[in-house]
Design a protein around this ligand. Structure first.
Ligand code: FES
Ligand SMILES: [Fe+2]
Length: 449
């Protein structure tokens, strides 16, 4: 439970809010590279942290991210002409380059120097891992771009998606971090029929067996460990054979999550506020090599009866929403009674059903938290403390360029006798060292929440 004041502080991200000021100190995803595919391609509307912007790729290939409304009399530059290294307003022809400078003002006399005094709001951009990132904080306090493993990613391995979620970014992220709900929301009757394939023993279980463990012990014990990037935590479950199974996920300031994966994972899920009541869930690959040892067995989802919204449907990385609040997420009561716990056919829409139905900004003065909510309590506390620190003139956490952001990983394993879960997925984990490729530990192909 949070006070009304803390809930406001945690969730509101517009200009001038404490949390908005904290988030603006990090490079943040603004849009997918695929949305501005080629020089002089169509401008794109971008709403980010409550600000209305327009993105365009100029003739030289540079991506501009500028205020949507023309500084002359406010027409939307989304309708502008993207031509010859600038975006030209359709109303009176004023033209702005990617830095927001007014480079042409043809509606004024040729002798006028007025254009030199006009500046359109603009933010710097950096392309990495299929995402156009931006920095929206004070220029004099610009923090370095953090490399989560995308800067050296081969083009053929770049994979980024985004999914629109109609609720506040924090509650969407809480849903993703929450390890206990996988024993409930995502369950289905067939789990009990999964045959024991022998991986219920210390080591890495097959993915089908993971489903079995989540269904077997539905009240995981949580342990949280603070780290330089935020925290990591495990949900501890007892397997049918009596072993200790852990799912470890990581939270990195300000909205990054890496969700438990066998044997360990690097794929990032980011909950980026569009405004206070909407967010994009970005996801991107950060490694070149996918699970070379095949640990984890069959694809996690091959055993589940659920559909998955595929980004390829649109071809541009934006995952379409088939199931929404308007159609009650397609809930099928017969399915819910007889086959699946949720009655919703698509895996991610199961998550969206529960997080969006909490309301656009959940009133956390009303909640009753239990022991299985320990991790999200920690996440809120860290974010609130960081926002207060920055509001008092302090520096945001986890922005040092010398830190190795590529080493933030999740894990899932059945522990050996005496094994400490805190080593899993770190650079000290023998498996991470063994899978090292060109000095960069490998990625695994599956993620889940
Ligand atoms: S409103 Fe844009 S040029 Fe006049
Ligand atoms: Fe989930």
């Amino acid at each position: 439970m949070l006070s009304e004041q803390d809930n406001e502080l945690l969730t509101r991200v517009g200009p001038g809010t404490p949390m908005g000021d904290l988030l603006r100190r990090y490079w943040t995803p603004a849009l997918l590279v695929s949305e501005v595919p080629t020089p002089d391609s169509d401008p794109v509307r971008v709403r980010l942290l409550g600000e209305d912007l327009v993105a365009f790729r100029d003739t030289n290939g540079q991506v501009g991210l500028v205020g949507e409304n023309c500084p002359h009399r406010g027409a939307s530059l989304y309708f502008g002409r993207n031509e010859e290294c600038g975006l030209r307003c359709p109303y009176h022809g004023w033209k702005f380059d990617a830095s927001g400078a007014c480079v042409d003002m043809p509606s004024e006399p040729p002798t006028s120097v007025f254009k030199d005094k006009v500046q359109l709001k603009s933010y710097p951009t950096h392309e990495s891992g299929g995402i156009v990132w931006t920095y929206m904080g004070p220029a004099e306090k610009m923090t370095p771009f953090r490399d989560f493993g995308t800067e050296t990613l081969a083009p053929e391995h770049v994979s980024a998606t985004k999914l629109h979620t109609t609720c506040n970014w924090v509650q969407a992220m809480e849903g993703n971090l929450d390890t206990s709900h996988i024993s409930w929301l995502h369950q289905f009757n067939g789990v009990k029929d999964i045959q024991d394939d022998g991986s219920d023993k210390p080591g890495y279980p097959s993915n089908p067996m993971s489903w079995k463990f989540w269904a077997h012990d539905r009240a995981p014990r949580l342990e949280v460990e603070d780290t330089w990037y935020g925290f990591k935590y495990v949900g501890i479950r007892t397997t049918p054979n009596g072993f200790t199974h852990v799912r470890m996920s990581a939270f990195c300031y300000p909205y990054h999550t890496v969700i438990a994966t066998v044997p360990f994972g690097c794929r990032q899920g980011l909950f980026v506020p569009i405004d206070d009541e909407n967010c994009w869930r970005y996801s991107f690959t950060s490694r070149n090599v996918e699970n070379p040892q095949g640990i984890g067995g069959a694809n996690l989802f091959s055993v589940a009866p659920f559909k998955f919204g595929r980004a390829e449907v649109n071809g541009n990385g934006i995952i379409p929403r088939e199931y929404t609040a308007e159609n009650d997420y397609g809930i099928d009561r017969d399915e819910q009674r007889h086959r699946t716990f949720s009655g919703v056919a698509e895996f991610v829409s199961q998550d969206l059903m529960v997080t969006e139905s909490m309301g656009p900004i959940y009133d956390r003065t009303q909640e009753r938290l239990g022991t299985s909510d320990k991790a999200l309590i920690r996440m809120r506390r860290l974010l609130i403390a960081a926002a207060k620190k920055v509001a008092e003139g302090g520096e945001p956490p986890a922005v040092d360029p010398d830190l190795d952001y590529r080493s933030i990983r999740s894990a899932e394993k059945i522990l050996e006798e005496g094994e400490d879960w805190r080593i899993l997925g770190t650079n000290d984990d023998p498996l991470v060292q063994e899978m090292d490729v060109d000095g960069i530990p490998a990625s695994t192909p599956t993620t889940r929440s």
